[in-house]
Design a protein around this ligand. Structure first.
Ligand SMILES: [Zn+2]
Length: 176
């Protein structure tokens, strides 16, 4: 977030690992067998557990963010493009980013907050939020950038969220 706060999402990996294990079992099992049905029910239950855990987390987070802020700006990420990366896809899908947005919108309305979405074409990770210099595409696995142009050291997520806030509030850097 643009106030430098970070939020850790719940760890879904154990449940997800169990699902993947059972899915392999399901693929190997005989069709229309009792065993297969049992496995299928187990998988469905695990999916529900993940969904409940996620819903609880996103509910609390969205309520907290909306009660503490007058204006909320989110970036519309190109998730369908991001999930093409196989390593990222499972992790991203588990986060429920769309679900988070869908929770924030009605809550903002209820509490008379100003809720804004900025579009995915804003280069929020490509610009220094401090001086406005556009360094271009960077490897997003790099945690931070020491930028010699203005001497600022930027955590890349913090930097992007500051840019999201700026764009959302209608301020723009003069691109250099
Ligand atoms: Zn800078």
């Amino acid at each position: 977030m643009s106030n430098c706060e970070k939020v850790q999402s719940p760890d879904y990996s154990k449940l997800d690992w169990k699902i993947r294990k059972l899915q392999r079992k399901l693929a190997r099992s005989q069709k229309d067998s009792k065993k297969r049905n049992k496995t299928w029910v187990k998988i469905a239950k695990l999916h529900n557990q993940i969904a409940d855990k996620r819903k609880d987390f996103l509910h609390k987070l969205s309520t907290k963010i909306i009660s503490n802020n007058q204006v909320i700006v989110l970036e519309d990420l190109n998730v369908s493009e991001m999930v093409k990366n196989r390593k990222l896809s499972r992790v991203i899908s588990l986060q429920g980013w769309r679900e988070f947005r869908n929770l924030c919108e009605p809550k903002s309305e209820k509490f008379h907050r100003d809720f804004r979405i900025i579009d995915r074409w804003q280069p929020t990770s490509q610009i220094c939020s401090c001086c406005g210099f556009r360094w271009g595409k960077i490897d997003l696995s790099v945690p931070s950038i020491l930028f010699l142009n203005c001497g600022s050291e930027q955590d890349i997520d913090e930097n992007a969220s500051k840019n999201i806030e700026m764009v959302g509030m209608g301020h723009r850097h003069d691109l250099k």
